[in-house]
Design a protein around this ligand. Sequence first.
Ligand code: IFM
Length: 503
Amino acid sequence: MAKKSAKKTVKKTAKAAPKSKSKLKSKSNSKAKSATAAKSKPAAKSKTQTASKASPANPRARGVSAKPRASSAPRDFPRDFLWGTATAATQVDGGDTASDWSHFCRQRGRILDGSTSDTACDHWNRYEADFGIMKSMGLNAHRFGVDWSRFQPEAGGEFDPEALDHLRARLSSLKRKNIRPLLTLHHFAVPQWWLAKGGFTREANLGEFYAFARFIVEGVGDLVEDYITFNEPNIYALMSYLLGAWPPARKGMSGYVDHIKVQRSMVLAHFTLYDMIREIHGRKNFKTPRISISKHMRIMDPRNPESRLDVDRANVADYRMNRLVPDAIHSGRLLEPLGNGEQIHDPEAWDFYGLNYYTRDIVSFALLKPQTLFINTEVRPGCETNDLGWEIYPEGLERLLLDVHARYGLPIQITENGTADAADAFRGKYMIDHLAAVKRAMDAGVQVDAYYHWSFLDNFEWAEGYTARFGLVGVDYETQQRSLRPAGELYGQIARTGILPAV
Ligand code: IFM
């Protein structure tokens, strides 16, 4: 069973969250007891229209009657708060045909609109202009990732030095603009050749992933301090191995077993990467890194709070969705069902908590769903939803921040939060309501250091193709023209002032 972390009290008043990790922390590169092997091209000049400079209070931000507060108003967020956006390589870069996703898109019926990730936003070639938009918005952070297949398209092949040069050029461009990068090493996609040999279901495969990670960190560690090893291990395992919606589209009982194996491998790999990144940064005199995962969290509320079965399934869903992987990383143990609770690493193999938040699920007992542990999830009837039918529930973010703070006592970065809203009709209000929830948690003593809005650009939303639009910047996929949406202007205003407009 999960080892319970010492609960920390959340203050009801002014902020005084622990700036550093708990005293339990004993971290050294050499002491780590991981059981696993401890082991450009210049961007084309964009012809696209760059978004205009964000205006101050933005009256066009739909869904919000923008009432800027007086410039003398106290800041809601500290001056050193990181205001960023997030993207993922497969979803925006284009040009990578060696990934499992590129292959998957070619299978009939896999992607809702029949599209592929082959071009996406052509961000690979347009990053300079895109980063210019971020700069004009006044942002000071950006989370993005690398796709392994781009660097090593063939099994056993050399890592591509040009791809590394390109990554260095991107990071340097961000640095020149004073935009702090947060680099994700795995965000759902893997090389097709690696998936074909079992991907994360086989621990024997992990050495190849470590070699890729080493190539990246050795190659760009002088330009990066913040890392995400894995984006949403729970969602990757669920969608790819339990629900059959993402490559390799597995389900059934063997899929269930593999979805556990995948999460176990990712926990093992996280421990190894944590030690590896710290070792490389130490040896090469790079700055001390900050390392975490991006954890997709959802509120799991029982449909009928009076029903013991619903409450019990909601608790199980909450544990599997929200706590299993973080508890394992925090305790250094392979918790059930990932293992037998064996200690395989020093506790607290992370430096902050990366939290991705979007929505809430309503959970009930379902006799006919043994494969999902008799758990049924649905959207709360009659609630406000986004374009994908996800409930909009800002209070959930506050609940999760308080819970994560109490459980782990780490500084928190919100590594994703955003909504699908093609008309940009409610994104501004969504953003303000969620940031207000963040502020309430901060006022209660939770240390939140960063907020990365998902997403910077409209992008390839996996099996939904291009049907869902999450961007602060809209993309015309025919022309690759960018246009800063009103909510993007609003976000820039918040980032520049640290003040939330009144709604
Ligand atoms: O687009 C995804 C992202 O890749 C991971 N987190 C959730 C986003 C919205 O679905």
